[in-house]
Design a protein around this ligand. Structure first.
Ligand code: PAF
Length: 279
């Protein structure tokens, strides 16, 4: 496994590959877990080589504390990748990516950026678009792999690829869950013992909401979820929405020809957890 922190070095390595070599790309912010490794494994099955980037992208954080406290475990990450199917790791610094101008470009994702996460995380998707487009430019992947935990992010990246005609296929991979149902996330390591023990409540609530939608209208389900969290001693609900998978717009009733998902964001103290379920 080769590790590069300079753009020029990773580009030279990629340029030296035999013509037609397919590259599977897994962009990450590090603090890797089994979910990331499953993306690497899938990428290796579908491509000749796998490139993983580890970069905690400052422009997608709307909250300085969250950026400072984002877990950074580079030695452990590299050891995990070494024993996975990863061929090349790209670990740039913010200076390498942004020079001295740590700013996002402005994107129009046809309104996808205004829903859910976009309502609560100012500028987040401009930051995601900026870094993902830059990484695609550097790595030139055939396919790029993203976990469905950040479902809205996948739809946004797909929109960017479509609008900018980028030559990469976006592959959405199912959410990887702990045995008790909690969606794997780099942020989970920041939960206290008590919060971690209670956290499966989030996915359990999503599953119950799924069972209710169809029998009840979305607004009734939204109200029910709100009540479930109202008196929870550890979690504060930021949002719960039932939305169309393509437009990400909230819906009220079920139309059997469309695909829907329920999306949730919850605070455990200062730690923000998100999850979603296909309905
Ligand atoms: O999902 C993530 O970890 C990040 O948003 C990504 C795609 C690596 C961009 O920084």
């Amino acid at each position: 496994m080769l590790v590069f922190s300079k753009i020029i070095s990773v580009q030279q390595e990629i340029a030296s590959l035999k013509n037609g070599t397919t590259i599977g790309f897994v962009p990450t912010m590090g603090a890797l877990h089994e979910g990331h490794l499953s993306l690497v494994e899938r990428a290796k099955k579908e491509n000749d080589i796998v490139v993983v980037s580890i970069f905690v992208n400052p422009t997608q954080f709307d909250n300085a504390d969250d950026l400072i406290n984002y877990p950074k475990t580079i030695d452990k990450d590299l050891a995990l990748l070494e024993s996975s199917y990863c061929d090349i790791v790209f670990t740039p610094t913010p200076q390498e990516i942004y020079n001295n101008d740590i700013q996002s470009q402005s994107y129009d994702f046809d309104g996808l950026e205004l829903q859910m996460e976009g309502k609560f995380r100012d500028g987040h998707f401009n930051g995601v678009g900026t870094i993902v487009e830059r990484l695609f430019e550097i790595v030139k992947p055939s396919k790029a792999y993203f976990g469905e935990k950040d479902f809205q992010q996948i739809q946004i990246v797909r929109k960017m690829v479509e609008k900018r005609n980028l030559p990469v296929k976006i592959i959405a991979c199912p959410i990887h869950r702990e045995k008790d149902g909690l969606a794997m996330s780099s942020r989970n390591v920041r939960l206290t013992k008590e919060q971690r023990a209670a956290a499966p409540f989030i996915y359990k609530t999503l599953k119950k909401a799924k069972a209710k939608f169809g029998i009840k209208n979305a607004s009734e389900v939204v109200k029910w979820v709100g009540n479930e969290f109202k008196n929870h001693p550890l979690f504060n609900l930021e949002y719960f929405e039932i939305a169309d998978e393509d437009t990400l717009l909230s819906v009220e009733t079920k139309n059997p020809t469309k695909k829907y998902r329920a999306f949730i964001a919850v605070f455990a103290g200062k730690i923000r957890l998100i999850d979603n379920i296909s309905l």
